[in-house]
Structures are given as C-alpha cells and as structure tokens.
Design a binder for this molecule. Structure first.
Ligand SMILES: [Mg+2]
Length: 275
C-alpha cells in the first residue's frame, strides 16, 4: 500500500465496485483553517469549489460534513452544496442540505437528559464565571466550555473543572483542543458515520479530520475505508495530510478526476459552430 493519500483516494473513487463513496469531512481544522473566533471559520475557497464540483456526481460520491458544532451553526458557516448530509454535535444531530434550507432530524431528549442538560448549563456557567476568555456554548444535547481565548493557566483550570462536572452529569465528555464538551447523549462521530454509510449503501468511506473526536470515526471504519488525519498529532488514521490547504488540493484533484471521467464518458459533441 502507498502512503500517498492522493493516489489512494483516486484509486478508491475510480473503483466501480465501491460506488458511491461517502466522503465524510470534518469542518473546523479540516475544511476550514482553525480560527480563534469560531464564528470566523469558513471552508477554504478551493475546497468549497471542489465540493460543489463533487456534488455534481452523486452516483460516484456522497458528501457529508461531520462536526462537533451544533447543526444550525454548521449549516450557517459551512455553506456546502445541496445534497450534503450534515452531522452535528458529534453525531447527535443530523440533516440534509436542501435547495431551500435544511431537512433536519430533531434531537429528542428524555426527561433525565433534559434535566442533566439544564444542570450542566448552570454548572458550566459557574466554571466560566470570573475567568477571562472562558465561555460556555449550549447545544441541543450538550454544553461546551471554550478556553481558546483564555491565558493557558486559566484555561487549564477551567478545563479540569469542566471535566469533573462532565464526569458527574454527562453521558460523554470530550476533551478537545481548548474545549471541553459534555453531552447528555451517547452519540459519537463513528457511530453516526457507520449509520449513514449503511443508509446510503456506500461502498466505502473516506473520512478526514484533525481533532481527537475524529479518532472515533477513524476507529469505527474498516481497512477498506480511507482515513485521513489533517495535521500533527497521534492518530489511528491510515493517511496524513499537513493542513486544510493540502486537503483542499486533494479534493480539487478528486473533483478533476471525476470531471475527466464524466467528459470521457459523455463527449460534448452536440454543439454547432461557436457553441
Ligand atoms: Mg476539527
């Protein structure tokens, strides 16, 4: 096997037996360079162009964004083409991007989960209180403490307290880069991805991500799938690419390969002079 993700990706998508390939991509740090202000995150223009081109080949490739962000947030920032499936909140929320908005599955919490979510919100606000640069985000099934903008000692202390709160009240606690997320559901990216693969009847999954939560997805996939770690750090992924810019190039090459295959199969011979 090669260590070149480009060759592996092109070979996988060229194999008729694997169609459609589910292309499941993380957003922050993968399609969009990491930002101090999470509201400033955007898909790199080259990646956005490639995703639009790939969306024109649903028989070959299906697109999914798999993110820790709340679904509404992901939809607003990512601006992905219609037909893309969005998996938000680490698998707890899912929807499909339509021509005129989002067809979403609603997150249903039982009484116990709703009660724990409310207490989590209160206790995490207490963790953030008096600590500059620490803030709390509430999602439909989780509470998140962000420490990116805090001094390191302040952020570390807040993260440790948030982890302790999570151990008491949460179902799943995720400790990512400058972020502690406590969910009252047991969803993870891996389970969500396997469900989607089965529903679509995908012949293979290509999964790319940069953070520890993406490792759940990498672990859930099989040896015939293609896992791609973006950036540094320990990973179980088979391949690695240095940064979102390099991933955008890979996606551009993939879109070009599908476009070429299409034009070979259907030569544009209809036009008269000047057409
Ligand atoms: Mg990420």
């Amino acid at each position: 096997m090669t260590d070149d993700p480009r060759a592996a990706l092109l070979a996988l998508v060229a194999d008729p037996a694997r169609r459609p390939v589910l292309l499941a991509l993380d957003f922050d740090g993968t399609l969009a360079p990491l930002q101090d202000d999470p509201e400033a995150s955007r898909v790199l223009p080259a990646a956005a162009d490639a995703l639009r081109a790939l969306a024109a080949h649903p028989d070959r490739v299906r697109l999914a964004l798999v993110s820790g962000r709340a679904l509404a947030d992901l939809h607003r920032l990512a601006e992905v083409p219609p037909g893309t499936v969005l998996i938000g909140s680490h698998g707890a929320e899912r929807a499909r991007v339509g021509e005129h908005g989002l067809d979403r599955d609603v997150v249903a919490l039982d009484d116990d989960q709703a009660g724990r979510l409310a207490r989590l919100g209160e206790e995490m606000q207490a963790v953030a209180r008096g600590r500059d640069g620490v803030w709390v985000e509430t999602k439909p099934a989780a509470v998140v403490v962000h420490t990116r903008l805090a001094d390191p000692e302040v952020g570390d202390a807040a993260e440790q307290e948030a982890l302790a709160v999570g151990a008491r009240l949460g179902s799943v606690t995720l400790h990512g880069k400058k972020v502690v997320e406590v969910s009252v559901l047991t969803a993870d990216k891996g389970a969500a991805l396997v469900d989607l693969r089965d529903e679509l009847g995908a012949g293979a999954v290509v999964c790319a991500g940069d953070d520890v939560t993406d490792e759940d997805a990498f672990r859930a996939l099989g040896p015939d799938d293609l896992t791609l770690k973006v950036g540094e750090g320990r990973t179980v992924a088979r391949y690695r690419t240095p940064d979102p810019q390099a991933l955008a190039l890979l996606l551009t090459d993939l879109a070009a390969a599908l476009g070429d295959a299409e034009s070979t199969r259907q030569p544009a011979a209809q036009g008269g002079p000047g057409a």
